[in-house]
Write a protein that binds this ligand. Sequence first.
Ligand SMILES: [Zn+2]
Ligand SMILES: [Zn+2]
Length: 451
Amino acid sequence: MAHRKKNTPSKVQSCSRNDPVEAPVVKGPNMDSLGFLAMDSNVPGLSQVILQKLNMKSYDEYRSAMEGKKLHADFGIHSYFEMFQKMEDTFRFCVECKKLPESLPNPKSLRRCKRCQNVYYCGSECQRANWPIHKKFCKKLKLVALDRLMEWLVFTGDIPFPTTPWKKNIHEVRGWEGWFLMQDDLDAKLSSILTGRYMNILWANAGKPKPEEVELTESIKRVTTDFESRPATIGLGLHMFQIDPYAKPIVVHVVGASHVETLNARVTDYDELSHMFPKHQGIEVVMVGIDVVDNPIMRPPLVAFGPRERVYLSSYKGLYHDFWESQVETQLASRPELVVGFHPGFHACSDLMESWLPTLLLLRDYKIPSLFTVYSEQELKYSLKISMELEMRITGCGANPFASLKPEQAYSNPNKSPVYCNSHYFTFCGLSDSPDEPDVGELEGDKSEDA
Ligand SMILES: [Zn+2]
Ligand SMILES: [Zn+2]
């Protein structure tokens, strides 16, 4: 095999051994340094708290439920009201002392902040103690609380609304503002969601007052960007590497695809890519990851190109380097023009990095144009640092114009700046020639986290 094995940089190796995050800490949601659960639990809407509330023992159980192997009935959810209550239960813990309702003498004493409708306190003492910090985030957390309810409309099929072919080239569109401007009949589409059946069901059962129409409209837009961010980011990657979908059929591999990614793909079939490049020669997106959802996008074989002007989705359940060895090297799957990784989460600095290492070295040594996204600028810096230690040639990085606009909070500590899916990106291709590492700067808070 041509794939060259390089020595693992010591930093990466030591990472998984002495990871301070892995150490047993106070009982409660287990968070990594950015406040997000790492690896397979790094999924918005999923935490130990949620699993506990949904009476599910493990992530596997959750996943098989998401894959449709079990129906909602198994969760004991009998009504919309109950469903929204269960969803909200996830957030029912005192943000100050971190107590869950069952550890309080009276579980009902847990009360919600009136302004954001998002965080809870076991009493006014905790609320008062928390206010100096909470007041900085209360406004943003109000949007978080609204969006996570509205996200339900993705599952009902209201969001995303039917989008229209791009009338401009990606470099002219620049971001979501330009994207919304291109949408035909936008007002009519938004208002049909606003007045739809499920919007009514939502607010009749949410247990929260229904916000103003303008707030709901903005929320629909944010949730839409969250949804379209992945295909748009793939398009951005094609554009950045000057890969021309009009010249030939294109193969894109999504590495480390989570079940959320595959579920999202299932809803739209990534059709937005066809809208970005109207009349393209055919784009095949292969989701590769251990978390790939089984059906219905598992469509072997991976050699036949999809029809022109269509996005052809397929998937492979397994690690990328195994996929490469068993499928690409044996020519059962085509080599990719582009590889994309959404939130690989190197920053979590645990076994996660170890599982990514073979993939990163493979991408580097085969000089595959690659684009990875991260949740924040801090995570970007960290990922760049690792990439440079691996001598990968960084070809670009920065804020993603197609980042999700939907804020995500850290569950155990909502009083932090929210993060955004695909917020930043970096691209790399091949091995760096120069031994000199460009200075990416120190990580904020690096020291205190290692202490
Ligand atoms: Zn408390
Ligand atoms: Zn608040």
